[in-house]
Design a protein around this ligand. Sequence first.
Ligand code: TA6
Length: 295
Amino acid sequence: MPVQQQVDKIVLTHPKGSSAEILLYGATVISWKSGSVPNPQPVERLFVSSKAALDGSKPVRGGIPVVFPCFGAPTHPEHLKLGQHGFARSETWTFNSIVMDNEAGVSVKLTLEPKASITERYERPFHLAYVVTLAEHQISTDLHVQNTALSTTPPLEFQALFHNYIRAPASEVSITPLEGISYYDKTETSEELRSKPKTEQRATVDVKKFTDSVYEDAPGIYEVASPTNKVEIKTKSFKDVVVWNPQAEAGSKIGDMEAGGWEKYVCVEPGYVRGFVKLEAGQTWIGQQVLTAKL
Ligand code: TA6
């Protein structure tokens, strides 16, 4: 049964053994099990904290949270009533349809439209569709943002990001290629230093220390490599990428982070987070990532 709809989640299975689970809450992918060419046995590729709330009480600590319409603390005038990372990850989406089901894979669409829990703090009209596709060694997530306003209104301005928690030993994982890319270091202690761009000097980026880096105008294709998991991330429309691991310094202060959880993942998060997408009325913007298991 390639698509199983349960009360609170959708389970996708591939005939070759890979699988994925999508919580309707936040349209959060909470599991992606996949083999690879060298190692066909499916293994879990994502990290979800054992203390994560999966009951819709708060955004999931792990998996692939969907960040929209703002990244981080809101700064845009239309977003000021929203919480960190916007509302998409903390609203219950609707299972809309099975988009594809064949030997290549299975694809489902979830949708989110304005409802009271949103419109009481966000006034712009919109329609979101989220398409998740599972193949033998891949999972892709596409966010379709439609500006459903009448043509006389100003453009819809937003940020979007996939907050991927990639399972890996934080002491051994590397992220490439980011050398030469401009980034903002959010671990700096002053706002002045946090807003001053740096240039990545390392051929391979690690997260052996507390890391919270926002890379701007990044390559759009990344390799997240460790001895136990290697994932390639290919993206479209996401000009930026965030690399985050709190290590014990910040991780021990996160309430829904399991003890030592920061040692088990790295967040590599493709997004459009420096500046805002400007979407004219009636237009649709699509941000895509394809994760491929390579080890
Ligand atoms: O994407 C990195 C980041 O913005 C970090 O600064 C940290 O706040 C992380 O997201 C987790 O945010 P959350 O709201 O899920 O606790």
